[in-house]
Design a protein around this ligand. Structure first.
Ligand code: 4AD
Length: 455
């Protein structure tokens, strides 16, 4: 049969075929079209070959019949091969289902690049049963899957929506550098490298740069990669992550919290208003509950009391006391129990960064906020910043930070200071919450974590 199939030659019909993306299918029903893509699924039955074609825009069922199923390529076709298929898109008869409610009835097709079968077949290489490490090695193939690609599409819609919401709120986008010589969130998580003979770091946060933009550009935001040489190997820590940060001038802590509610809810509204994004979210997280406003406010001291009331111990297995950092496990337990977004505010000075503004009358604590989401915990860290130069200089000293390399940051307090604040949102954590993923690794195109810098 295979020998005979080599003699079967297909002829292209003379009627021209318009090249379309699968997402345009509904617009071109009953017209002759040409679609190119990858064989996502393949099955033969009663002399017909059914191909679910994938082109990155959607999925389309294609039906080959007669001579089209008898060529050598038809008999040896494999999933993930690339093909070009011509024909008419027809609505499906009642009772049948396929993506888009239609199928491409092919009158001509050709194979562009055949993928291997046998041991090397895609389904064997990217088997769902494979161990996580070998799946991580094959991330470049895993992203072809329906779930992985849906998360990446949602990621794109989410970034678009954030940008649109920032624009509506009149924040200007800036692009701060990745290579820096100052730390923001403590020396222990810095990645350092040699910069023409000088020590330099990969940025942990663009916050300090955003602060310098306020006097010239007004409120600003950026979407920049941040890097952390984390000691924590958890399902929400990456070594490189996409950090969405904003900084706003002349505002109070209450204004900052209200802004945060708006940016989160406004972005979600935009995502859900997009039918493509909505469909993917229904697929990934059918139980998604839109957060109700205002978000629950909870003071740090109140949280410590809550944890003790609910017998959730600290990392040493003891009762929490004021001053303790609330570790990931405890924070998750609390957030999952309350099951709503939480603004956790007023952290102690000792466990937070040097630049944070103190609470007037309660100087051991800061005007700081973490946004906690069920299933993930902290997705945002933000605060008001010190606006007084002398206080800032004292804070460097207190932290053992040499003030010299921060001259440009200190100058902001010298040349016209103002009350201001901002925050950083971990895009992968936001997505893990929104799309209900077990780990932030699924929300990153090529995630990096301890020991993993490939592919
Ligand atoms: O709380 P963080 O460290 O705050 C800052 O960097 C501030 N300078 C931001 C600012 O005010 N402009 O980090 C902010 C957020 C966290 O809430 C978390 O969502 C995310 O960044 N994040 C990480 N995401 C993935 N992997 C990691 N290792 C992360 N570290 C922080």
């Amino acid at each position: 049969k295979l020998e005979e199939s080599k003699k079967v030659v297909l002829e292209q019909p003379s009627e021209p075929a318009r090249k379309i993306k699968i997402s345009q299918g509904a617009q071109f029903r009953d017209q002759r079209v040409k679609v190119c893509g990858w064989v996502h699924r393949l099955r033969s039955q009663k002399g017909l070959t059914f191909i679910v074609l994938r082109d990155g825009y959607g999925y389309l069922q294609c039906v080959l019949s007669g001579k089209l199923t008898q060529t050598y390529d038809a008999l040896t076709l494999t999933t993930e091969s690339t093909v070009e298929i011509h024909g008419h898109i027809k609505a499906l008869p009642e009772g049948k289902t396929a993506p888009g409610g239609h199928e491409l009835v092919a009158d001509y097709w050709k194979c562009i690049g055949k993928a291997p079968g046998g041991d090397e077949a895609f389904t064997n290489v990217v088997a769902e049963t494979a161990d996580p490490n070998s799946l991580a090695d094959r991330r470049h193939l895993v992203i072809r899957g329906e779930t992985a690609s849906a998360v990446l599409k949602v990621r794109s819609y989410v970034l678009q929506a954030f940008r649109a919401e920032f624009e509506a709120l009149q924040l200007t986008e800036v692009t701060p550098p990745c290579m820096v010589q100052t730390q923001v969130e403590g020396g222990s998580t810095l990645f350092s490298f040699d910069y023409y003979g000088q020590p330099a770091y990969l940025t942990q946060s663009s916050q300090l740069y955003l602060e310098t933009c306020l006097p010239s550009l007004g409120d600003v935001f950026c979407v920049q990669e941040s890097f952390r040489a984390e000691k924590s190997h958890t399902r929400r820590h990456l070594s490189e992550y996409t950090h969405l940060e904003a900084e706003l001038a002349f505002l109070s802590f209450t204004d900052l919290l209200e802004h945060l509610e708006q940016i989160i809810c406004g972005t979600l509204e935009r995502v859900l208003a997009n039918p493509q994004a909505k469909a993917l979210l229904d697929q990934l997280n059918p139980d998604f509950k839109f957060p109700s406003r205002p978000f629950r406010r909870m003071d740090y001291k109140e949280a410590i009391a809550w944890l003790n009331e609910h017998q959730i111990p600290n990392e040493d297995g003891e009762a929490h006391k004021v001053g303790d950092d609330i570790a990931e496990a405890a924070e998750r337990k609390m957030t999952d129990a309350l099951n709503v977004p939480i603004f956790l505010t007023g952290f102690p000075r000792e466990i937070k960064s040097f630049y944070m503004k103190r609470i007037e009358g309660d100087e051991g604590f800061t005007e700081s906020v973490d946004v906690l989401m069920p299933g993930v915990g902290e997705i945002v860290g933000g605060s008001m910043r010190m606006s007084d130069q002398a206080e800032l200089l004292a804070a460097y000293k207190n932290e053992g930070i040499d003030a010299a390399p921060y001259f440009w940051y200190t100058d902001q307090r010298k040349y016209g200071t103002c009350e201001h604040g901002g925050y950083g949102l971990g895009v992968e954590r936001f997505l893990a919450w929104l799309t209900n993923r077990w780990t932030v690794r699924e929300a990153s195109l090529y995630p990096r974590w301890t020991g993993r810098c490939t592919p």
